[in-house]
Design a protein around this ligand. Structure first.
Ligand SMILES: C[S@@+](CC[C@H](N)C(=O)[O-])C[C@H]1O[C@@H](n2cnc3c(N)ncnc32)[C@H](O)[C@@H]1O
Length: 263
């Protein structure tokens, strides 16, 4: 069955009813944009970016040595949390091949991605502009840059139910290559970590980083139990060397088993 939107929802192309669940496929990205996306992820562009950073970027300052191989996966952590807390609604920003999205068992699932996966074909900014729903659990895993993740967190907080949780993927990069703002490596975390450091200063948000799956930031709407007191205002300017020196204090790193005791 296919229904068509009119008026304000002109961005929407159709609703496909699959069983009892409706999947909203919204046209937000045309073939041209998809080609641009493929181009910026091509090997040739990766090489160019690599050489740009080699000459103009922060120098390679070694590996921190995070090892997530024996830690729980994001699939386990998010699906366990949704089940344990009896959550009814889930929002995923950045879905790709739906590896995580398909693993989550809840009644109301929304997945936002301009390229592939999920249920809504838009960027997170465009989605939040039209969204009217509230969510118990949000997984942020779209564009891994500090300015975008910061916006995704602010927008997610506005639509998060009071006892809900926001997860932020890729908060513990191992080296400067993985945390560059522009991607040129297969393993890419970006500088998401800066958004976690910034939000840890907020007394009304309790913020942690799970020592699992490239570092999973956790944001809860409750009094901050370990507020970060630092005199930094421009988080955009932080360097990977700052992260190497301060990540233990700044990121509030916790094992998943210990986190379950406090949430
Ligand atoms: C790392 S993948 C997501 C993986 C998935 N969440 C998982 O856990 O298996 C990142 C995805 O974010 C999407 N993305 C990039 N920019 C975005 C944006 N501005 N808003 C939403 N999604 C975005 C990309 O298209 C890509 O599919």
């Amino acid at each position: 069955m296919v229904e068509h939107f009119h008026g304000k929802e002109e961005v929407a192309s159709s609703i496909l009813a699959v069983g009892t669940k409706k999947i909203y496929i919204i046209k937000g990205m045309n073939i041209f944009s998809k080609k641009i996306y493929r181009l910026i992820n091509s090997k040739r562009i990766f090489k160019l970016i690599y050489f740009f950073y080699k000459f103009f970027g922060e120098k390679d300052n070694g590996n921190i040595g995070f090892d997530f191989s024996n830690k729980p996966s994001r699939l386990k952590i998010v699906s366990d949390t949704v089940t344990r807390k009896k959550f009814n609604s889930y929002l995923e920003i950045g879905c790709f091949d739906n590896k995580l999205f398909n693993h989550i068992n809840t009644i109301n699932k929304t997945g936002v991605d301009p390229i592939k996966g999920g249920t809504i074909r838009l960027t997170s900014d465009d989605f939040f502009r039209i969204n009217k729903e509230k969510y118990d659990c949000v997984w942020i895993d779209g564009l891994h840059t500090y300015p975008q993740v910061r916006k995704d967190i602010i927008n997610s907080l506005k639509v998060l139910n009071d006892n809900g949780i926001i997860f932020v993927h890729d908060c513990l990069p191992n080296n400067v290559h993985a945390q560059r703002r522009l991607r040129y490596t297969q393993e890419w975390n970006g500088d998401v970590w800066k958004a976690i450091v910034e939000i840890r200063k907020d007394n009304n948000l309790d913020v942690y980083t799970l020592n699992a799956d490239h570092g999973i930031g956790v944001i809860l709407k409750r009094i901050n139990k370990n507020q970060l007191k630092i005199n930094i205002n421009n988080f955009n300017k932080l360097k990977f060397n700052d992260f190497i020196q301060n990540h233990k204090l700044w990121m509030n790193i916790i094992e998943y088993e210990d986190f379950k005791k406090i949430y």
